[in-house]
Ligand binder design. Structure first.
Ligand SMILES: Cc1ncc(COP(=O)(O)O)c(C=O)c1O
Length: 407
């Protein structure tokens, strides 16, 4: 942003609510309870597998200097997940990797006496057996695309459940990867339940990015896949720069939980303050933080931030966030298109960035907090703060992106 230029954004309308999490542990090293929830070994296995996939390349981390100056903070770094494996979002890391782990496990059960490795799955050593296995998930777009891509890559069948509001473009992208798509009426959470029921009836394997009591192992693998992104970001930050704050968007909380755990593991006592940012219309994590236990947000209208429009928290994500996320804020949809445009048009004088609807929530939270001295104080933000943001998607639906950016 050029000196003297004001942000073409009504910042007072961005943040709807804020809640501090009194249960968050402060001044503590990485807790064993979180290590148990997302073990180092599980994450290391994911890193080894994913970084050996064809075309693996770290996504860029940009230092947005003009934005930092606008926000009067010391630095803002933005991890741009748009180029991730040509799928457009960080979700490419989780679902596809979880498919690989499911196939490893199922093949091991079907071929007694053989130790099947993740590499065997990647190398398609057992194509006939794989082709008879079906993976299934519900999605608002990105996770399903990742699962479909994994199924195509590792040679199994795939069925993807979409709720009524998922865009046609996102459906086409999933079908182009060879998956069968089932449209249901209702919201995202209805599609999760439908996928689970149909999987039971058909002996399919649910590969969900959200978790619930009795179903945690596969979502844990999904989250382990996301740590490739967090690990890259921490490696890419300038030497000796430990972020003081992370503003991270929340859907079901799998992403935010991963970011919380992985940064805590690396930075220990110096871990950044984690601010979870959700749409006002689907603030299940915010409501859970207020209650001190999982709560459902009843969604009456889908947020423009499609990937964040979840009414039910992920159990595994919540278990981490309950101990680790200090703050939860909710934002309205109003800032979404203007912020996407600002990033696209390079209005601040920084790197121009293609950011999808769900990518900018963290940035929106930061901008709104810096425009509100009281909220800045509550979040401990100052001119000395170093902020890390995750731009979790690029233009995952080009038509929707163009419409929003051109307005
Ligand atoms: C682009 C994008 N960002 C963030 C999220 C939120 O992730 P989670 O549901 O794990 O909280 C999603 C979820 O689909 C997403 O697609």
């Amino acid at each position: 942003m050029h000196p003297g230029q004001t942000l073409a954004l009504e910042t007072s309308s961005i943040v709807a609510k804020h809640c501090h999490n009194p249960l968050a542990l402060t001044g503590q090293l990485y807790p064993p309870a979180i290590e148990k929830t997302l073990p180092r070994r599980t994450c290391e296995n994911a890193r080894q597998a994913i970084t050996s996939w064809a075309n693996y390349a770290p996504t860029p981390l940009y230092s947005l200097k003009a934005l930092a100056s606008h926000c009067n903070v010391a630095s803002v770094h933005y991890k741009d997940e748009g180029p991730r494996f040509g799928l457009g979002s960080f979700k490419a890391l989780g679902g596809a990797y979880a498919v690989q782990t499911v196939l490893q496990k199922v093949l091991g059960e079907k071929i007694p006496g053989t130790t099947v490795t993740l590499k065997d799955v990647a190398d398609s050593r057992y194509p006939e057996i794989c082709s008879e296995i079906t993976v299934v998930t519900a999605t608002d777009g990105n996770h399903g695309r990742s699962v479909a891509w994994g199924a195509q890559r590792f040679g199994c069948q795939c069925v993807i459940y979409l709720h009524a509001e998922v865009s046609e473009g996102r459906q086409r992208a999933i079908e182009a990867l060879g998956a069968k798509v089932v449209r249901i009426t209702g919201h995202y959470d209805n599609s999760v339940h439908q996928a689970e029921r149909d999987a039971k009836d058909n002996d399919w394997f649910v590969v969900s990015d959200t978790s619930w009591p009795g179903y945690t192992e596969i979502p844990r693998q999904v989250m382990a896949g996301y740590t490739v992104m967090t690990g890259e970001a921490m490696d890419q930050l300038p030497d000796n720069l430990t972020p003081t704050h992370v503003f991270i968007q929340g859907g079901c909380g799998g992403l935010a939980g991963t970011v919380c755990a992985d940064l805590w593991r690396r930075y220990g006592l110096a871990r950044p303050r984690l601010v979870v940012v959700e749409p006002e219309s689907a603030a299940c994590l915010y409501l859970s933080a207020l209650a001190g236990e999982p709560r459902v947000a009843s969604i009456t209208a889908e947020s423009l931030m499609a990937g964040l429009s979840c009414g039910e928290v992920s159990l595994v994500g919540w278990q981490i966030l309950a101990l680790g996320a200090q703050d939860f804020v909710t934002i309205t949809d109003e800032s979404v298109a203007p912020l996407m445009r600002l990033l696209a048009e390079n209005n601040w004088g920084d790197q121009a960035i293609v950011a999808g609807e769900s990518a900018i929530a963290g940035l929106a939270g930061l901008i709104a907090a810096r425009a509100d001295p009281q909220l800045s104080d509550k979040l401990g933000l100052s001119q000395n703060s170093h902020v890390l943001l995750f731009g979790t998607e690029g233009a995952t639906d080009l038509e929707v992106y163009r419409q929003l950016v051109k307005q």
